[in-house]
Design a protein around this ligand. Sequence first.
Ligand SMILES: [Zn+2]
Length: 321
Amino acid sequence: MIRILYVTITIFSFFLQYSIAQSDTLFLKAKSGDGIISLLKRHNLDPDYYVDTFKKQNADKLIDNKHLILGETYMLAIETLTEDSISKATKIVEDSLLLGAVIYIISGHGGPDPGAITIIEGHTISEDEYAYDICLRLKYEILKHSGEAKMIIHDPNDSIRNDRILEIDIDEVCYPNLEIPYNHTKRLVQRADAVNDLYSEKAANSYQRVIVVHLDSRSKGQTVDVFFYHYPGSKKGKTFANNLKDVFAEKYAEHQPNRGYEGTVSGRNLLVLRKTLPPAAFVELANIKNSHNQKRFLDPDNRQALAKWLCEGIIRDFNSE
Ligand SMILES: [Zn+2]
C-alpha cells in the first residue's frame, strides 16, 4: 500500500512539475491558514500577476470573493509571462502615465555571454538571467502605464520567473531575431544598431530612452548600492540617470530609513551609451558575488521591486520633459 502511494505521489509530482513548466492549468490546494496570496506564492506564482485571474477563475469557490475554503482545490489556467505574451496581453493597462513614451530595454549580456557568474547553494548562476527577469518585469510595468517597451535582448521562452535560482540558457537573441555574436565589440554594436534602427522609425521629437540593465561583479566582500552611468556628453542621459537614482534614494528612505543609500550617477564612456542615439542610462543593480547584495536579486519580490522603481524613475523623467 505504501509503495503504491509512493508511486502515485511520484507520478503526480511529475505531472505537477510538467504542468508548471508548460504553465497551462494548475491545481492548488488550500491549506490551513492560506489566503490567495500565500497559496499563489507557495506555487511560485507572483500574486502581482495572478491574483485577478485567480479570483475570476475561482469566483464560485471563494467566500466574499476573497477567502479560500480549507481543503478546497482551486484551478488556475495561466499563460506564461514571456516577452511575447506580455506584448499581446490586453488587460495589462492601468493608466496612461507613460502614454507616448518609448523605452528600449537592453538586458545585459545574453546568448553565448552569461556575464558575471557565481555559485549559490551549489548552482552556477549568471548575470544575464537575472537582468533578463528584471527587464521582463520592467516591460510589464511600462505597458501597465501605457508606455511602449521594446526589449532589445529577447529570450523566446523565458517567462517572468519566481524562483531564487534561475537556470542558465543561451538562446537569447538580439532584436529583431539575430544571433548574438561571441565577440564583445560586435555584440555591443549589434544591440546599439538595433536601438538606432527602431529609433529612426519614430518621430524625432518623441520621448525615447534607453535603459541598460546589468549586475556587477566585484570582490566578495564589497556591497554596492544600485548605481547609474550616462554618456559623459549627454545632458538628457544624465537627467534620466539622476531621475532613476532619485527614486531609489526615496524608496530606500521610505522602506529602510536607517539604511542610507549611496548609489551614484556618473559619466562613463561605454560603447552602448556612446553609440545609441536616444538618451541612455546604464544601471548596475548589485555585486553578484556579495552575499548581502544577492538578496536583492535572488528574491523574486525584490526583483519585482527593482523593476517597479526603475519604472517610477522613467515616469519621473517622462514628466520632467
Ligand atoms: Zn554586465
